[in-house]
Write a protein that binds this ligand. Structure first.
Ligand code: HEM
Length: 157
């Protein structure tokens, strides 16, 4: 078995699912809902179910990303053997994972609590917080992906 190829394949697959999912939700779905649905209750209910289902799926992708990421560190000979580009990947990638965990445990769980007590205004505020922090992760994804490419092929120029 070619463990390097398998780990990189799963790593990329997890990244596509996770980052692709938040780009779609943040960039397209949530703004369209805001325009199409004036009623906070409907919007909050729909966004809550979307976020809940997305998080349920993304736990698997996130775990695969972390396992393959740190697995590749081990396959490359451990932290002592990492190149600068690989260090950038490990630091930025880990920061993205920590931010995603924060999004789940703080604004998402607050949104859930607000939905359960039918406080639609608070639920929408937390949904906006989730979107904002997810946008930070989308922005961080750009240098992170670049560092992965740089680690394999060298700098762009
Ligand atoms: C837990 C955090 C992460 C760790 C420890 C990690 C680690 C690694 C390692 C060691 C490599 C191999 C580099 C090489 O072959 O020289 C790699 C590649 C890569 N990573 Fe990550 N990574 C993490 C998260 C992420 C995230 C969040 C993204 C995307 C936003 C990402 C995107 C990539 C890409 C595009 C590559 C290059 C292609 C590939 O190897 O499949 N990684 N990562």
């Amino acid at each position: 078995m070619n463990w390097n190829a398998l780990a990189q394949f799963i790593h990329i697959l997890a990244v596509v699912l996770w980052i692709g999912g938040i780009v779609f939700m943040d960039g397209f779905l949530a703004p369209a809902l805001r325009r199409a649905m004036a009623q906070a209750e409907l919007r909050a209910r729909l966004l809550y179910v979307l976020f809940r289902n997305f998080f349920a799926a993304i736990w698997g992708a996130g775990a695969a990303l972390v396992v393959t990421g740190y697995g590749m560190v081990w396959l490359r000979g451990g932290f002592g053997a990492l190149s600068p580009a690989q260090w950038v990947m490990v630091i930025l990638g880990s920061a993205m994972v920590v931010l995603a965990l924060y999004i789940f445990f703080v604004p998402f769980l607050r949104m859930r609590a607000a939905v359960l007590r039918a406080d639609w205004g608070a639920a929408c505020t937390q949904a906006a917080q989730i979107r904002l922090l997810s946008t930070v992760n989308i922005v961080l994804a750009v240098p992170t992906i670049l560092s992965g490419v740089w680690a394999i092929f060298g700098p762009l120029a």
